[in-house]
Design a protein around this ligand. Sequence first.
Ligand SMILES: Nc1ncnc2c1ncn2[C@@H]1O[C@H](COP(=O)(O)OP(=O)(O)OP(=O)(O)O)[C@@H](O)[C@H]1O
Ligand SMILES: [Mg+2]
Length: 169
Amino acid sequence: MSRFVEDLILLSKAERPDFLQLETVDINTLTQELFAKAQALGERNWSLDKIAQGKIVVDRQRITQAIMNLAQNATQYTISSDTIAIGSSIKKDQIKFWVRDTGEGIKETDQKRIFERFARAAHSRRRSEGAGLGLSIVKAIVEAHHGTVILQSQPEKGAYFCLVLPINN
Ligand SMILES: Nc1ncnc2c1ncn2[C@@H]1O[C@H](COP(=O)(O)OP(=O)(O)OP(=O)(O)O)[C@@H](O)[C@H]1O
Ligand SMILES: [Mg+2]
């Protein structure tokens, strides 16, 4: 119950101007931290795709929360022989952080809907115990950073969720 309430409170705050606590963050360090934290979620073939170098101004805790939500989902829809990979890459004006997995994937018809509050894919093999707020939280955090979330997925081939954040310099 308490995580459900916390999640709802977070969503209700997400449009406030003080929602983010911005700080300068080293991308390499953050990526390694995210990777280390995610690995604690379960036994999978964890892999680090790529690490960007440089500094960005973001809310470190919120970005961590977003990636951990994605990693949690990835863990939920994979089995121990599957791969889950995390990575970051940087271009002049944008930074990407992603989580990809080789699990059951998401049908095209569900791909938009699952970002809505309380939404789950129609016939997931595993029912999640959560309320279905995780991806709406990811989206809220990314939008507070003026970014977007990209999802690419095919059933049985896995899912790729990528946070794309603008770099303002
Ligand atoms: N990596 C993934 N692979 C397959 N399906 C996924 C993946 N990530 C999300 N989904 C689908 O999207 C739905 C919504 O995800 P979301 O994180 O919003 O909610 P949840 O995980 O069900 O619950 P909560 O995050 O509140 O605990 C999931 O129930 C699942 O059907
Ligand atoms: Mg979730």
